[in-house]
Design a protein around this ligand. Structure first.
Ligand code: HPA
Length: 238
């Protein structure tokens, strides 16, 4: 059952998996939120863990940065490990001064420039969307548990972090309601759809591209607490 990128055996992952980009964030989530944790993958340092949250099984698997990397882990989780629910927990840049750093953005849809999505559909522009029930659950828990505001709308899943022209390169998308930029959601939504599984993304806005404000690096981990909690509750009731 192991793959070139994953040494886990079938059954090592819970049906619901949180997907941070950063392997050390996967470890931080496992260390701080899960009980009876088992490390199930460490190939290339891209950590995966399974443990208990609120006495129910859940997994967390890092995806690395960007859609080519995320596509490898996600395709294998869906195809080889039978995972059913994917919840990306990430960070994003913000496209509006109305969204403050530390606010949450829940990705109802995800635009993209990635050929991983666009090549798949020939002449058609596919619209990657979140699973409605997972999204509704995130929104409900955000309303109950989150100390920071949340926003629901479109993300951009970009293939480039260092966009030519900075925010100007994204202006048209911002003018059409896109709330922020990250680098994985559109491919995760597309692959979940392909395998009849469910996916949603929630991101903490860490740097506003309009106002140029950002969360200090030292505060980043603690500011992710609300996001991780609502994602874990969503995962274990999914
Ligand atoms: N671009 C892409 N991904 C990000 C950003 C960004 O500006 N900030 C946090 N994740």
């Amino acid at each position: 059952m192991p793959t070139p990128h994953n040494r886990a055996n079938h059954g090592d992952y819970a049906p619901s998996v949180l997907l941070p980009g950063d392997p050390l964030r996967a470890k931080w989530i496992a260390d701080n939120y899960l009980d009876d944790v088992k490390l199930v993958n460490d190939v290339r340092g891209c950590y995966g863990y399974t443990g208990l949250f609120d006495n129910r099984l859940v997994s967390v698997q890092a995806t690395g940065m960007g859609q080519p990397s995320a596509a490898i882990y996600v395709e294998e989780l869906l195809r080889d490990y039978g995972v059913k629910n994917l919840i990306r927990v990430g960070t994003c840049g913000g496209f509006s001064e109305k969204i403050k750093v530390r606010d949450l953005i829940i990705g109802m849809g995800a635009c993209t420039d990635s050929s991983i999505v666009t090549n798949r559909f020939g002449a058609f522009n596919y619209a990657p969307i979140a699973d409605y029930k997972l999204m509704a659950s995130l929104i409900e828990y955000a309303g109950e548990l989150s100390s920071v505001p949340y926003h629901v709308g479109s993300l951009l899943s970009s293939d480039t972090f260092y966009q030519e022209g900075g925010f100007e390169g994204y202006r048209k998308l911002a003018e059409h309601g896109v709330l922020g930029v990250e680098m994985e959601a559109a491919t995760i939504y597309t692959l979940a759809a392909k395998y009849g599984a469910r996916a949603v993304a929630v991101c903490t806005m860490t740097d506003c591209l309009v106002t140029k404000t950002e969360i200090p690096a030292s505060d980043r981990q603690s500011s992710l607490d609300d996001m991780v909690k609502i994602a874990l509750y969503t995962a274990v009731v999914a």
